[in-house]
Ligand binder design. Structure first.
Ligand code: AMP
Ligand code: MG
Length: 421
């Protein structure tokens, strides 16, 4: 290192700087209902129709005028005349129930005019084609759901900011809506840098490695609800990086995430490009792994620089980028999922930097045990083994076996505690 980091700051200071420099993403999008899962409602939603849209039978039975059934008992039935039948979905124009009459109805059928209740089929005997003996009386309104009883047209049903999931999609479909106004998703562009990087699927030539970060970070962004585009691998070249960054900015990306080349060495150019195009606000954080994290603004577009080692890239992503995305997508301040665990073997930690130590969890009869994952940030195997991290304070050098710790579970859908074998 040539010592050209800006002052190393703490995680909290870094988060404050990032927060202060990220504007809410405005605007909405109209999406087909079936694609709305996971999106956030842009404005209050008022019911466009009454539900149910007509007075409807809640039971199979007979639509009747309730006074006609008064006095009916099991011993002394009352005779009514059956004048028709209505099934669910039937349109009925002129069917009217007169005094002493009944209409056979199915659950979900429209109630004919002048009937005020439905007598359940169990309480009547059909005699021939058009006669009925009623053995119980019904109260007005019994077994009928009146139009708008369920949801009244104009009612404010869902608030702006509500997360749309299967339940909400069901409600909106029931209201007849096939599209919905949701918050626009932040458009995030992902770039990998490094002369050594090759795309997966290509032939790996001498001295090269496959790009892991581009794919991993794009996937993590998609999981968080961003509109993420991986725009590719670029060389460690000032001009190439600057050109790529400039075009990402002019294409209207809300955020740019670059991995690799974020340090302060001779070959590291990102901080210079950011300085030249805008303002470098963070360069170096007292976190391990992840010290060469970088953040700046280029023409008001936030640029995150993640260190190249995939574990460092992931940890700095989870620490600094994930909370921002949760804010921008409206999915919350998003408390990290945590589990309590006991340390299984002594862990040594670096002084002077807050350490996010990757740990693997094991279930035991005494609860969850956390073991340090030893590969370090340079190993892909660390990504495979880690279930989460424990946070070790700047001044702490040793976490003893048997100590109680809180484990922050790793990002994304796969973040549940391990399942015992
Ligand atoms: P850097 O941050 O560019 O100094 O890179 C640190 C280490 O991470 C080097 O060994 C790089 O080869 C490796 N690295 C950088 N970018 C990636 C990437 N996208 N995928 C996998 N490894 C990477
Ligand atoms: Mg590099």
């Amino acid at each position: 290192m040539s010592g050209r980091f800006l002052r190393l700051i703490t995680i909290d200071e870094a988060r404050r700087i990032i927060d202060a420099n990220i504007q809410a993403i405005g605007g909405f999008e109209i999406v087909p209902l079936i694609e709305a899962d996971g999106r956030i409602l842009f404005e209050d939603l008022h019911a466009p129709v009454d539900l149910p849209p007509f007075n409807r039978a809640l039971m199979d039975g007979y639509a009747v005028r309730s006074p006609d059934t008064f006095g009916a008992t099991e011993e002394k039935g009352i005779r009514l005349k059956v004048i028709g039948e209505i099934r669910a979905g039937d349109a009925i124009e002129d069917l009217e129930v007169g005094r002493g009459e009944a209409v056979e109805v199915a659950t979900g059928a429209r109630i004919p005019e002048r009937a005020d209740s439905v007598l359940m089929v169990e309480f009547a005997d059909r005699v021939g084609e058009d006669e009925l003996i009623v053995y119980r009386h019904v109260a007005p309104g019994e077994n009928i759901q009146m139009r708008g009883d369920d949801i009244r047209r104009g009612e404010n049903l869902l608030r702006r900011g509500t997360g749309i999931h299967a339940r909400e999609i069901g409600i909106l479909a029931a209201l007849g809506m096939d599209q919905i106004k949701v918050l626009r998703r932040p458009r995030v562009c992902v770039i990998s840098t490094g002369n050594e990087l090759e795309y997966p699927g290509r032939e790996l030539r001498e001295g090269k490695i496959f790009d892991a970060n581009g794919y991993m970070i794009t996937a993590a962004l998609l999981e968080l609800g961003a509109d993420a585009s991986f725009i590719g691998v670029i060389r460690d070249s000032y001009d190439e990086l600057r050109g790529t960054l400039e075009s990402a900015i002019s294409e209207g990306f809300d955020i740019v995430i670059i991995s690799g080349g974020t340090s302060a060495g001779r070959g590291d150019i990102l901080y210079r490009v950011v300085e030249d195009l805008g303002e470098l606000l963070i360069h170096g954080v007292r976190i391990k792994p992840g010290k060469p994290f970088l953040f700046g603004l280029c023409r008001d577009v936030p640029i995150f620089g993640l260190p190249g080692y995939p574990v460092s890239a992931m940890i700095t992503f989870e620490t600094f980028v994930e909370p921002v995305l949760q804010r921008l997508t409206g999915t919350g301040p998003g408390e990290k999922k945590r589990v309590k665990a006991t340390v299984g073997a002594r862990i040594h930690s670096a002084k002077g930097r807050q350490e996010l130590m990757p740990v693997r969890l094991e279930d035991s009869s005494e609860g969850v045990i956390a073991y340090q994952v030893h590969g370090g940030s340079g190993a892909i195997r660390t990504l495979l083994d880690l279930d989460g991290y424990i946070r070790i304070g700047e001044e702490v050098e040793i976490v003893e076996e048997g100590e109680e710790v809180e484990v922050e579970l790793r990002v994304g859908r796969g973040n549940l505690p391990p399942v015992p074998p």
